[in-house]
Design a protein around this ligand. Structure first.
Ligand SMILES: C[S@@+](CC[C@H](N)C(=O)[O-])C[C@H]1O[C@@H](n2cnc3c(N)ncnc32)[C@H](O)[C@@H]1O
Length: 262
């Protein structure tokens, strides 16, 4: 192995996680300050950089509390666990990325089922609070630091809700780029709640007492399915579900399982 490859692996392996062979991950090259951005937001639109920094800083501020509140949430979500069991079976032996992984609980759940996982999140603080031995690094879903066709699977739960339509199209193209033909992706999002219908967007300026600047979008599953298909990710299955009472925000949700076109 070259020294460059060893350095790259070492940056991924921060936190003691084992390096993953076969992937070209360069988390160490990402700017954590927001002053410079050495990666390109492929096709995400002219205002993407400013938006992205605001979102990242917001999640940096709530990362600890988010991990405390939601890090154990799968315990109360049998349908999500069921989908993840299916996903683990579909993944076979290759590497799967949890994109927008937050505190890494989904990545940890899949890793515990034998899936070779990596986690990526826009917020370095989220990466820092991830309570998992899965390698987690800061990355933007519209410019993933991963070689084309190097993943057999990708999960992205409740993260594309922060991106507008153009940004989501860029993210879906990126998902298609990093997935092998035939690889699966599972994408989840809120669709509505009592105050916000499908298509609405909610802006949050305070979250658990922290100042934030976050937009949460309620997405239309049919439109997202079409956008994913445009990117080359064709529908396999869809689950629409009601909220689990007392466990999570009382929103309706949708889970889209898609497959990278061969
Ligand atoms: C609502 S949280 C969901 C976290 C986790 N997937 C879960 O299910 O709890 C949204 C996450 O998406 C991340 N995120 C937002 N925009 C992103 C982007 N462009 N690239 C990567 N992650 C992003 C945020 O930092 C945050 O951790």
């Amino acid at each position: 192995m070259s020294s460059a490859a060893r350095a790259s692996d070492a940056s991924v392996a921060e936190g003691g996680a084992a390096p993953i062979p076969g992937l070209h991950l360069r988390f160490g090259e990402l700017s954590m300050s927001g002053a410079t951005m050495p990666w390109r937001a492929r096709g995400a639109g002219p205002n993407y950089a400013g938006w992205m920094i605001g979102t990242r800083h917001s999640y940096d501020r709530v990362a600890d509390r988010y991990a405390d509140e939601l890090g154990d949430e799968l315990r109360g979500k049998p349908l999500d666990r069921g989908l993840l069991e299916v996903f683990a079976e579909l993944a076979g032996g290759g590497v799967v990325a949890d994109v927008g992984c937050g505190p890494g609980h989904v990545a940890a759940y899949l890793a515990a089922r034998g899936v070779r996982m990596i986690g990526m999140d826009l917020s370095p603080a989220m990466c820092g609070v991830a309570r998992t031995s899965v390698a987690v690094g800061a990355a933007d879903m519209t410019a993933l630091p991963v070689r084309a066709q190097s993943l057999v699977g990708l999960v992205c739960l409740y993260a594309v809700i922060h991106l507008d339509r153009q940004q989501r199209a860029a993210a879906y193209a990126e998902f298609a780029r990093v997935l092998r033909p035939g690889g699966h992706a599972l994408i989840a999002f809120h669709t509505s709640d009592t105050d916000f219908p499908v298509g609405a967007a909610k802006t949050l300026t305070d979250w658990w007492g922290h100042q934030v600047d976050l937009t949460f979008r309620y997405l239309d599953p049919s439109a997202e399915s079409e956008a994913l298909a445009t990117a080359g990710l064709v529908p396999v299955a869809r689950l629409d579900r009601a909220p689990h009472p007392d466990i999570e925000h009382p929103s309706r949700r949708s889970y889209l399982l898609v497959r990278r076109r061969p």
